[in-house]
Ligand binder design. Structure first.
Ligand SMILES: [Zn+2]
Length: 278
């Protein structure tokens, strides 16, 4: 019963997170899941990840690797070595920022990003265009990140691989940089995203790449963008990046939920955050 309830809750919340619209969810999302421990939830919270509906899922990636992941909305974090993942800590006073070990380390900032074009995992032509736009947005920033985009099937050497998964609702998922400071490798875009505009695809892909670089959700603690209307906490629990607003939490490509009218572009606060981190 407990598993059933957890599954049902996860399914409901997933729909909200990935699309804000009522969409069918495929078996890929509804596979067997288990519940995280309190220790894991505490750790996730301290990493700046929403813990309202976290599950543990066994997921197969494009290269055939199968691992267990803690899943919070569109964020996947490997259970292996989870204990070693760094928590977010303020640097000093009000000037809080992600610590260096939560982002991509200097050695890995020339990023080879692959748009996958093989078989059923191939990005649609709309998604490929959107990926070009999203990467152009990142490369237009004057910071230490540099993306080299190619299309094909050689996922091995790529730092980030963007591919399509058989999930009906719009959205996708990704994870955070690993313990070596490499960007998270797999950006999985739901097939249903193709039903939205190219701009929305650009938004979703740009958002997931943001996770790969270490960005959290701007409204991670309450998912305000997903329809939350309750009171705000007396003291914001998040770790804020200087230059990003702490209210009203709604001017970032990194909001937890997106709408059908997204333009896919960075906001000024997104640019500030990325330029400060990198
Ligand atoms: Zn996200």
């Amino acid at each position: 019963m407990k598993t059933m309830k957890s599954l049902a809750l996860f399914a409901i919340v997933s729909v909200m997170i990935i699309s804000c619209q009522k969409k069918e969810i495929t078996d890929e999302v509804q596979q067997v899941s288990s519940e995280p421990t309190k220790e894991q939830l505490d750790k996730l919270f301290n990493m700046g990840v929403n813990i309202d509906a976290v599950t543990i899922e066994e997921i197969t990636m494009l290269d055939g690797s199968i691992n267990k992941y803690l899943v919070s909305g569109d964020i996947l974090i490997p259970v292996t070595d989870f204990d070693k993942y760094p928590e977010l800590k303020p640097l000093s006073g009000d000037n809080k920022q992600y610590r260096d070990d939560n982002i991509v380390s200097p050695n890995y900032r020339n990023i080879d990003i692959l748009g996958y074009t093989g078989g059923s995992f191939a990005l649609t032509s709309k998604m490929q265009t959107a990926l070009r736009w999203a990467v152009n947005n990142y490369n237009a920033l004057s910071n230490s990140l540099n993306f080299n985009l190619t299309f094909g099937t050689s996922y091995g050497p790529a730092d980030i691989v963007v591919y399509k998964i058989n999930v009906a609702g719009g959205g996708g998922n990704a994870g955070f940089p690993n313990l070596l400071g490499q960007p998270y490798k797999w950006v999985r875009i739901n097939a249903g995203t193709d039903g939205f505009s190219t701009n929305v695809n650009e938004h979703v892909i740009g958002h997931e790449i943001g996770h790969c670089l270490g960005l959290r959700h701007q409204d991670w603690y309450n998912r305000q963008s997903c329809g939350y209307t309750g009171p705000l906490p007396a003291e914001p629990p998040a770790i804020w990046i200087p230059g990003t607003p702490i209210s009203p939490f709604a001017d970032s490509i990194m909001l937890a939920c997106f709408g059908a009218g997204e333009d896919g572009e960075f906001t000024e606060t997104d640019k500030n955050a990325l330029n400060i981190l990198y």
